[in-house]
Write a protein that binds this ligand. Structure first.
Ligand code: RB5
Length: 148
């Protein structure tokens, strides 16, 4: 199951992604939002990140105006590797190299056609492991450091 979330700047793209995935038989859990009414993206990022972290959903997709704010918020949750992607090459690489577990997209930045291609590419790609794991371990080490 794929967790979906968005703020008011990304909900139309989120809904298009939901329709696209469901038409391919991929189940989604939609954490909102579902209107143009202004909301705060950290709340939706947290709901999706918690769902991925707990294992309720295998991966998540978040949309806001740029994809950036919502990715910063999701990356505050330990174990989450959220990547803002605007091209198909990066979509494949961020799964293969970073094992990203949340994909972030900017509704005001990319068109729906490219966004859906990015979603498909990201979902179909696989983590390559090997020497990349050392780097993911280092990321976890940063998360586990007590900074203050
Ligand atoms: C909302 O206007 C906008 O700031 C938000 O969707 C996002 O782009 C933030 O990074």
């Amino acid at each position: 199951m794929i967790a979906l979330g968005a703020d008011h700047g990304g909900f139309q793209l989120k809904n298009a992604i939901k329709k696209h995935l469901e038409s391919k038989g991929i189940a989604c859990k939609d954490f909102g939002t579902n209107s143009k009414e202004s909301v705060d993206y950290p709340n939706f990022a947290l709901a999706v990140a918690k769902s991925v972290k707990s294992g309720e959903c295998s991966e998540g997709i978040l949309c806001c105006g740029t994809g950036i704010g919502i990715s910063i918020a999701a990356n505050k949750v330990p174990g989450i590797r959220a990547a803002v992607v605007g091209d198909v090459y990066s979509a494949k690489m961020t799964k293969e190299h970073n094992n990203s577990n949340i994909l972030c997209l900017g509704e005001r930045v990319i068109g729906e056609g490219l966004a859906l291609m990015i979603v498909d590419t990201w979902l179909e790609a696989n983590y390559a492991g090997a020497h990349h794991q050392k780097r993911l371990d280092l990321l976890a080490e940063i998360e586990n450091t007590k900074w203050c």
